[in-house]
Write a protein that binds this ligand. Structure first.
Ligand code: SF4
Length: 200
């Protein structure tokens, strides 16, 4: 039986992972498994906070920086603060994120990273101990709009068989609860779940 897209789990994906040339250097980070296999199976919602913030392509690269008790997004060269437009772009995803079942984001990105984005220490203050460099989520996941229960991963974890199985199993479970799908619908999508887990 053919399933309509409205009857399937939905995933939000970083645009650059789908091959869209929106990165700061005008390039992309296309992942074939996502751009072809997953895109052919599930409805996708592309997002790119930096592009949607109007920062342009190409644009100066950004970094996350401790700023007192806060975290800001600054240009690597010159330290121009881009936090406000980026935060506004993230807030515009709020409604969309309530209608998806998973997030696949670009690792280490100051905007999209899940938990491995470099976080640069604040400038040293004379007489106080230096703050060590750290890693953490990018601005999207710091914005407070991503539901805690929404499964998320990045392209590196998705390339790992166990990571892929965990992610897609969580996505399908989220969809099952979000739409209160019937047992019949659930049985219909199980082969698709198995196919997504198996695809490399
Ligand atoms: S990592 Fe995120 S902000 Fe950067 S180009 Fe990709 S989608 Fe856009």
């Amino acid at each position: 039986m053919t399933l309509f897209p409205t009857e399937l789990p939905v995933i939000a994906v970083s645009r650059c992972l789908l091959g869209q040339r929106v990165r700061y250097d005008g390039g992309d980070k296309r992942q074939t498994a996502l751009a072809e296999h997953v895109a052919a199976s599930l409805p996708l919602r592309p997002l790119c906070p930096e592009w949607d913030a109007g920062l342009g392509v190409p644009r100066p690269p950004l970094r996350l920086q401790h700023w007192g008790a806060d975290v800001r997004v600054l240009t690597v060269v010159g330290g121009l603060d881009r936090t406000v437009p980026l935060h506004a772009a993230c807030l515009r995803y709020r409604q969309m994120l309530l209608t998806v079942d998973g997030l696949v984001l670009k690792s280490r990105s100051p905007s999209c990273g899940i938990d491995d984005t470099p976080l640069h220490p604040p400038p040293p203050i004379p007489g106080e101990p230096a703050v060590a460099p750290a890693t953490g989520p990018g601005l999207l996941l710091r914005s407070g709009i991503v539901p805690d229960t929404l499964p998320r991963t990045d392209e590196q974890r998705l390339a790992d068989p166990l990571g892929r199985e965990r992610f897609f199993t969580a996505v399908f479970s989220h969809w099952r609860q979000r739409l209160a799908v019937t047992e019949t619908q659930w049985q219909q999508v199980l082969p698709l779940l198995q196919q997504l887990i198996s695809a490399s």
